[in-house]
Write a protein that binds this ligand. Structure first.
Ligand SMILES: *[C@@H]1O[C@H](CO)[C@@H](O)[C@H](O)[C@H]1NC(C)=O
Ligand SMILES: *[C@@H]1O[C@H](CO)[C@@H](O)[C@H](O)[C@H]1NC(C)=O
Ligand SMILES: *[C@@H]1O[C@H](CO)[C@@H](O)[C@H](O)[C@H]1NC(C)=O
Length: 222
């Protein structure tokens, strides 16, 4: 009887631990093509580590997130990302930070994905209409956020933030990766180099080929 209890406990432990670890290790780059030798390879999933004896406070420091990004661009927003490239001490810690600035009425952080990070955002100034879309079948979740409001955008889902007020908007966001990455949907679809065959996009988006080519021109140098 005691043995049976032990077996059940053991099986539960095995099941729960395999459940907990039933996830690929997180990647810190878009891809990692396998190579046998190290001569032609690069070190991945993190950077080389500095000798801890030589580490200084500056390795964990970034000044200037009080400075607004310039929103004078085609979307009227600017994201200042403080990731491992700007704070080397973030290496292997799975976290980064961003400041988001939005021009008055209509400043948009266009629909995009962070392939490697969940985002938690807090509005400190202005009013943002934000949302994300689930994987198929696609459900939209939206919310209007005011100063002090917090919203979460789960890893890998398409999301956006839109300034719907007549004032600037400012938000800060934490991301659960030292290098969350970003794929801006419109740019990735209509502006990659080389461009995607317009027949593919015409069918996928149910658009005239002329319209597709017009969009490709628009995003070509965006
Ligand atoms: C790596 O080595 C294995 C065994 O020698 C070989 O079969 C394979 O093709 C090699 N892969 C690459 C990418 O060179
Ligand atoms: C760091 O300093 C300690 C104490 O001086 C020393 O024992 C250790 O080898 C040093 N570590 C490295 C990686 O240099
Ligand atoms: C964001 O703002 C910075 C600082 O003003 C500026 O250098 C950068 O070009 C801006 N980025 C975009 C996409 O407008």
């Amino acid at each position: 009887m005691k043995g049976a209890h032990f077996l059940v406990a053991f099986l539960l432990l095995v099941l729960s631990s395999s459940y907990v670890f039933a996830y690929d290790p997180s990647s810190l780059q878009d891809f990692c093509v396998a190579i046998n030798g190290s001569k032609d390879g690069v070190f991945v999933n993190g950077k080389f580590c500095k000798n801890p004896n030589l580490t200084v406070a500056e390795d964990f420091f970034f000044p200037g997130l009080n400075v607004p990004g310039n929103t004078g661009n085609r979307v009227g927003s600017n994201v200042t990302l403080v990731n491992v490239d700007r704070i080397p001490g973030l290496n292997t810690l799975g976290i980064s930070l961003a400041r988001l600035d939005f021009a008055p009425y209509g400043g948009l952080n266009p629909p995009h994905i962070h392939p490697r990070g969940t985002e938690i955002l807090v509005v400190v100034e202005g009013t943002l209409y934000v949302g994300f879309v689930t994987s198929n079948p696609n459900r939209l979740f939206t919310k209007v956020l005011y100063p002090g409001d917090v919203f979460v955008f789960p890893i890998g889902l398409i999301h956006f933030q839109f300034n719907i007020a007549k004032t600037n908007a400012v938000a800060f966001a934490g991301l659960s990766s030292q290098n969350p990455g970003v794929i801006t949907i419109a740019d990735a679809i209509f502006g990659p180099k080389p461009p995607i065959n317009p027949d593919v996009l015409a069918k996928a988006f149910q658009l005239d080929k002329d319209m597709v080519e017009k969009l490709q021109k628009l995003f070509e140098n965006a």
